[in-house]
Design a protein around this ligand. Structure first.
Ligand code: GRG
Ligand code: ZN
Length: 343
């Protein structure tokens, strides 16, 4: 049985071939200035992550000096829920582990980790772990490997994840062994990972599971060759990557796939020149910003993952990005946080 290939055709003559970094910075600095803008209003439910995407792109573009630091830090404070200890996407919304990670990432990038209520955030993360080791996203109980990643990444950035044998077990804020067992139980026969045991392999969830194993330094526990084969099969004739078989290419999968391959020490398993060409072709030459595929409308989500993927691929003029945390590596180093990257 043949696999159906869906792809886009890129016009060789008109495609942008250089990184238009200044335009992307302008696009992001303008984004969100008009609170009545339709797109801004309809993305309220993910605002905290949106702020992380914008801030991370500006940081990787070496333009952190252009942001109003207090605007970001005040926003985080307004989104904190003192009773649970977690952060919401927007003031008045329910706290969620995803937005808690984004808030911690924002504070880390702005060198303001010490301002955070760390004990309460740890209490929130711990409250979401289930007896089988999995994590719920919030008090309503949805379980997903995304939340396993968010849990350990949040604790690691706060300096509250203890991995050394010498560390006292009671010191550990979550049950690490069952957390690892749960993530490993989500690896499929094809080498990929899904959201839960037996769920379809998907590149976004592979990033979460590989990222989780990178944070807790257990990458040796998985079959890296089969997984890297599945990931390399994501590259299409256009050079772009899809998130699973028979799907269209999309710039965000450049990140989910290339970061996973980088953590696995197998970045060369895809053709990076062709991937670079696809990502650059997805820039909006008029407004700035990246879209999912050439010709579509840009957004901050595809902009951060386009720029971060280009950084991993060695694009000059950008800060080095951590494939595990999707943040500037110098921020991770400043915090003294380490993660496992296979060579
Ligand atoms: C710190 C970078 C960072 C991330 C935090 C939330 C998270 C952790 C990662 C998200 C991973 C991700 C993109 C998961 C995708 C989940 C999924 C099943 C998407 C399906 O999307 P479709 O069907 O897209 O709309 P395709 O491309 O498959 O058609
Ligand atoms: Zn996408």
């Amino acid at each position: 049985m043949a696999n159906l290939l869906k792809d886009v055709v890129i016009d060789e003559k008109s495609r942008p071939k250089q990184l238009l970094l200044e335009k992307h910075v302008d696009y992001l600095l303008k984004y969100g200035k008009d609170a009545n803008d339709f797109e801004f209003c309809t993305t309220e439910y993910l605002r905290m992550s949106g702020m992380y995407w914008v801030l991370t792109t500006l940081a990787v573009a070496k333009k952190l000096d252009t942001v109003q630091r207090d605007q970001f830090l005040d926003f985080i404070d307004e989104c904190w829920d003192s009773s649970s200890g977690g952060y919401s996407a927007c003031p008045g919304h329910d706290p969620h582990i995803l937005y808690t990670l984004s808030a911690v990432q924002i504070a880390a990038t702005l060198d303001a980790i010490e301002r955070l209520p760390s004990d309460d955030i740890v209490r929130y993360v711990r409250s979401l772990q289930n007896p089988d080791g999995s994590f719920a996203g919030d008090r309503w109980g949805e379980v997903d490997t995304r939340f396993s990643f968010c849990a350990v990444a949040t604790l690691a950035l706060l300096g509250r994840l203890h991995l050394d044998d010498n560390d006292n077990d009671t010191d550990n804020n979550i049950d690490l062994e069952s957390a690892v067992r749960f993530v490993l139980s989500c690896q499929n026969f094809d080498g990929g990972f899904g959201s839960r045991p037996n769920a379809e392999s998907h590149a976004g969830l592979i990033y979460c599971c590989v990222g989780f194993l990178s944070v807790v330094r257990r990458l040796a526990s998985i079959d890296g060759d089969t997984l890297a084969w599945w990931l390399s099969e994501r590259q299409l004739p256009s050079g772009g990557l899809n998130g699973r078989p028979e799907k269209l290419p999309d710039v965000c999968y450049s990140w989910w796939v290339i970061s996973s391959l980088t953590m696995l020490g197998r970045q060369r398993w895809i053709d990076s020149d062709r991937l670079k060409a696809y990502i650059l072709a997805s820039q909006d030459v008029e407004t700035g910003g990246f879209s999912d595929r050439p010709g579509d409308l840009p957004d901050p989500f595809h902009t951060v993952f386009g720029v971060a993927a280009l950084s991993l691929l060695g694009e000059p003029g950008l800060l080095q990005v951590s494939p595990t945390f999707c943040m500037p590596q110098q921020v991770i180093d400043r915090l003294g946080v380490t993660s496992q990257i296979l060579s």
